[in-house]
Design a protein around this ligand. Sequence first.
Ligand SMILES: Cc1cc2nc3c(=O)[nH]c(=O)nc-3n(C[C@H](O)[C@H](O)[C@H](O)COP(=O)(O)O)c2cc1C
Length: 372
Amino acid sequence: MLNYITSGESHNKYMISVLEGMPSGVPMDMDEINHELWRRQQGYGRGGRMKLEKDMVQLTSGYLKEHTTGTPIGILLENSDFKIHKMPEIERPRPGHADLMGALKYQQGIRAVLERASARETTLRVAVGAIAKQLLQHFGIKITSYVYELGNVCVDEKNVSFEDIEKRTKDSQLNCICPESEKKMIALIDQAQKDGDTYGGRFEVRVKGCPAGLGSFATYHSKLDARIAAAIISVQAVKEVGFGLSEELGRIPGSQSHDEILFDEDRGYYRRTNNLGGFEGGMTTGEEIIVKATKKPISTLRKPLQSVNMTSKEVEKAAFERSDTCAIAACSVICEAVVAYEIANALIEKFGGDSLDEMKRNHQSFLNQIKQ
Ligand SMILES: Cc1cc2nc3c(=O)[nH]c(=O)nc-3n(C[C@H](O)[C@H](O)[C@H](O)COP(=O)(O)O)c2cc1C
């Protein structure tokens, strides 16, 4: 199985990750990995940092002649905004951040807490997800995402196809499929910027081509939908996750919720609809995976909320430092990456082998089995 850890702080010199469990023989396209990092830095409403950095990673091990070797992959990223030793201590914790509890629990200043709690850490998660995406390609699995809600603006289009999402988000500044909605979302962000306020939003991640039978009903920790949900919620500021029709499933009857089963000689078993977003009993059904998530608004406000000075204990306004106004587009890209990792992990668990070729053989044999 796959495993990885990230290490690094927002303004420290380097960030590193080690990813273990990738089979050998997977071609690695560094431009593709760095392109995913670029996508993470985009989006209307980001702060000044994104203009300062152009994220690029190096693979320092587990990689030879443009292919994985089956040994742990070292991932190294240099922060051009390296200044952690010069950054001021913060005494007024910001509501919505790890500041207060992190400082109390670890008995240290807020600076050390926020440097690690920062979403800068997701740069490495996107790099790991980009490596996972390169494995998934060999099994015909693709991932995309789009933002559908921000403030009071909602793209209310049902049954948007995977290909449509890919095509219609290409030139979007907010990873949105609808130019009219995007214009309104941008106006909201501009207004929030003027008001010293911030926004979050909602988005969808889609996975196409995933075989049926990944994950298992057998234990709570082998349920793949549960693993994906945990991975999404672990992304900074994500507060809600659902599958398929998601919260709508609480309002409609069973007859309109469940996906009727059909059979075809060529396709094998398939479904008339995909209301459950590609999962039953923690296992993939072979339909598209549809994950929905909500990100809360950015916590650092230029017009700060009330806080308490941790030295004087006086009531004061929370601290402010350079910050995004809205990072919903980036968040959708990050969640693509964490979903890619979870799918790759489940794929390796099911078809695992030491090499890509061995995995492909196992995969093909299982596809033949479930068609019968
Ligand atoms: C892509 C991305 C960028 C973010 N940028 C900021 C930011 O500039 N300022 C900020 O206050 N929070 C930002 N956040 C959110 C915080 O990192 C997050 O709210 C904080 O670490 C507390 O974690 P929690 O919200 O999961 O409880 C960002 C989150 C994401 C996903």
